[in-house]
Design a protein around this ligand. Structure first.
Ligand SMILES: *Cc1c(COP(=O)(O)O)cnc(C)c1O
Length: 460
């Protein structure tokens, strides 16, 4: 058919609204969304005609496209995905999953009025920070604590409070970028602190700090180099030495410990990672860390340390802009409660549980998933192999956790095509492509999602 004729053949929205299939949708979907989706479907075909991509079409074609568009438009944009990458704290996929008590708390608090800023004993205005402060103090051993939106905000608040218009001395080896959005030098300059870089990339000595201390010095800063390790000829000044130096000069020492591990992972066969409790014990004045990395809670930035410094931070006007909301507080309280007993934390907090779960468990689970896949899917070759998972989130970059994976081979799709197809599944499945192989790591998969995965392969 000719272009002009085809264009004239495009139906009007009013006409499509009379179609039975559209009427059914109108019963359960907002009218504006139905009309938008109809318009998008028609526009779609208009474009195809103008580009000479189609020779003809039917009303049914337009209605089918409408159904697909409507489904996409009605679905939440922020949605569940299945993480088969084996990266436990996956920043792109939402980092930590909340533990059961944390989830229950969020629902209760979001669904009702609450005492967010109301002191129920005194019957007057209270502080939103009070609810978790005691718990954080108890778990970490700190004198005082407060929470803000994320760790980037925590670092900013700490520096702005203790080091505005003054100098912060930091080792060159610690001027890190984390995930592209957190660069230590940038955050420091936003805070109003002036950065004094000392030492070299691989070696910094105590005298490098000492020689740069002047009446303009505001803080000594140590940043945990979360996402990389410098190996070989290296030297870092220890936390103890910096505590001592700060004390002797009357300068506060801030440590951005990053992941905020509250559990000593070396007990479970991992490389030792400094814990928050240890830094408190050693006398660091203020320590900042994330809520949704190794802690396994919601996005938050936690600051613990000496009361005199934390009190100053609480009074800083910036807190108003960095403040944590009630749902996060509810989730954080629920998560932190588990830490009152380490055993409870390790068993119930998904991030900890996933990192520490044994590879043999994942071998059995791989066998179960493989059986399901083989019984329903043909033309694919599924093999179980030993491999490694990663902690992720810039935490423990050198740690490779032994795991079991399913490798997928087939002649129909390239690994890249298969990755894309699975990502395009109704519930997206994010897999790993490595050495031109498609890999699904059992460590970050849930048994409840096995059927969804099998169906995704069936529908390829
Ligand atoms: C992850 C990380 C940050 C940023 O924390 P967010 O909670 O993502 O804001 C800052 N510093 C270090 C050392 C980190 O590892």
């Amino acid at each position: 058919m000719e272009k002009k004729q085809l264009l004239r053949k495009l139906p009007k929205i009013d006409e499509l609204l009379k179609e039975e299939a559209v009427k059914v949708k109108l019963e359960s979907t907002m009218r504006t969304m139905v009309i938008d989706s109809l318009r998008q479907s028609i526009d779609n075909y208009r474009e195809l005609i103008l580009k000479d991509s189609i020779e003809d079409f039917t009303k049914e074609n337009i209605l089918e496209t409408f159904m697909e568009i409507l489904e996409e438009n009605s679905a939440s944009k922020l949605r569940k995905v299945i993480n088969a990458t084996g990266v436990v704290i996956h920043t792109n996929l939402g980092r930590s999953l909340l533990a059961k008590k944390a989830l229950e708390n969020v629902i209760t608090i979001a669904d009702s009025y609450n005492n967010l800023e109301y002191d129920l004993k005194k019957g007057q205005r209270g502080s939103r920070y009070s609810h978790v402060e005691e718990l954080i103090k108890k778990v970490t051993g700190a004198e005082a604590a407060m929470v803000v939106n994320n760790n980037a905000a925590a670092v900013m608040l700490a520096l702005n409070t203790l080091c505005k218009d003054k100098e912060a001395i930091v080792s060159r080896g610690q001027l890190v970028e984390i995930g592209g959005s957190f660069r230590v030098p940038d955050v420091m300059s936003f805070s109003g602190a002036k950065l004094i870089e000392v030492g070299t990339t691989n070696r910094t000595h105590l005298y490098d700090y000492e020689n740069n201390i002047s009446e303009n010095t505001g803080v000594l800063l140590k940043v945990h180099t979360s996402n990389f390790k410098i190996l070989g000829f290296t030297e870092e000044v220890s936390v103890e030495e910096l505590v001592e130096l700060g004390r002797s000069k009357g300068i506060p020492f801030i440590e951005d410990i990053g992941s905020g591990t509250l559990v000593d992972f070396s007990k479970y066969g991992f490389t030792y990672e400094p814990t928050v409790q240890e830094s408190i014990r050693k006398g660091v004045d203020a320590i900042t860390f994330s809520g949704d990395k190794m802690l396994g809670g919601p996005q938050a930035g936690i600051i613990v340390g000496k009361k005199e410094y934390i009190d100053k931070m609480k009074k800083n006007q910036l807190t108003r802009a960095l403040r944590i909301d009630k749902m996060t507080l509810a989730a954080l309280e629920g998560t932190l409660k588990y830490y009152l007993e380490e055993k409870e934390a390790v068993e119930n907090i998904p991030t900890l549980h996933m990192i520490l779960s044994d590879k043999d468990l994942h071998k059995r689970r791989a066998q179960k998933l493989k059986r399901k896949l083989q019984s329903k899917v043909s033309g694919f070759d599924f093999t179980i192999e030993e491999d490694y998972s990663m902690v992720g989130g810039g935490s423990m970059p050198a740690e490779k956790i032994p795991t079991y994976v399913i490798k997928v081979k087939n002649s129909r799709f390239s690994p890249q095509d298969l990755e894309k197809k699975l990502r395009g599944n109704k519930v997206s499945i994010i897999i790993r492509v490595s050495n031109d192989e498609v890999i699904m790591d059992l460590r970050t998969l849930f048994d409840e999602d096995f059927d969804t995965i099998v169906n995704a392969f069936v529908n390829l």
